[in-house]
Design a protein around this ligand. Structure first.
Ligand code: THU
Length: 159
């Protein structure tokens, strides 16, 4: 028997320690939570994607009475960015979330489906996509989606 040891690196910052451009991106993710449609969970999530051309695209979670028909903020944002600007890689994706009592203390961990979609974006543009996960007490920076999804499935498995 042998064990595979997979290491994931996550950098932790205070909001003030981020660069000004990262702060702006996180702020846009926070601001757009006000556009979330989350009448069922009351958990409002916002995401902001910085494209290679400098544009920022934002999106939110959109829920549905038929629960599985809803979609997370990360996928709303990436699918919109990839639809509108298919030739622009996504350099950084920032995510923020709040409950009815305010922004959450610790960063929101993206769901598995969103991690898989993030990975596809990274593979598609053949460059690492940074992910910034906001929490009031810490902001996590992941420098490549591979660190969020070890042992991941991608197109290379089908070759
Ligand atoms: N949600 C997101 O938008 N992003 C995540 O990373 C996790 C969860 C949404 C889905 C649903 O609308 C609500 O948060 C509660 O799960």
């Amino acid at each position: 028997m042998k064990s595979l040891n997979i290491t994931a690196i996550i950098h932790e910052y205070q909001f003030d320690e981020l660069s000004k451009s990262d702060q702006e991106l996180v702020q846009q993710a926070m601001d757009i939570t006000s556009h979330s449609y989350a009448p069922f969970s009351k958990f409002s999530v916002g995401a902001a994607a910085l494209l290679d051309n400098g544009m920022i695209v934002t999106g939110t979670n959109q829920e549905n009475a038929a629960y599985p028909s809803g979609i997370c903020a990360e996928r709303t944002t990436l699918f919109y960015a990839n639809s509108q600007y298919p030739n622009q890689s996504v350099k950084t994706l920032a995510v923020a979330a709040r409950t009815e009592s305010g922004f959450i203390d610790m960063p929101i961990p993206p769901c598995g489906a969103c991690r898989q979609v993030m990975l596809e974006t990274e593979k598609r543009y053949k460059q690492p996509m940074r992910v910034l996960l906001y929490g009031k007490k810490a902001v996590y920076e992941i420098r490549s989606v591979g660190d969020l999804l070890p042992l991941s499935f991608d197109a290379s498995a089908m070759e």
